[in-house]
Design a protein around this ligand. Sequence first.
Ligand code: DGP
Length: 115
Amino acid sequence: MTDSCIFCKIVSKEASADIVYQDPQATAFRDLHPVAPTHILIVPNRHIESVGVLEVEEEPLMGHLFTVARRLAEEEGIAKGGYRLITNTGADGGQTVFHLHVHLIGGQRMRYPMG
Ligand code: DGP
């Protein structure tokens, strides 16, 4: 838990968000500024700044984020049509919140890259 981290506060429910899934390892909530009909952020409950500081020990946790994404895509009804998973890393990667997260984006046909 990092005091200044908004995603840590959402995980601990100190800050409000539309949480769609939570378990002991991960939390998923709707993005404040959705870019598509489905836009959910999946985060580890524990504060990890970005992919840039990942250790080998975190490999199971990272896999878990992806299976949570897969299950949420099914629940959202976008699994058949397809969806996009994005993890921005560092300033040049477009990361603005420095608590690692996977964007689950779908519900429309997407171009590449997005911007
Ligand atoms: P990134 O640019 O990859 O670091 O994505 C950060 C995303 O987090 C961005 O799409 C907007 C979203 N976001 C920022 N602050 C909040 C917040 O307080 N609540 C929610 N639900 N989403 C937030």
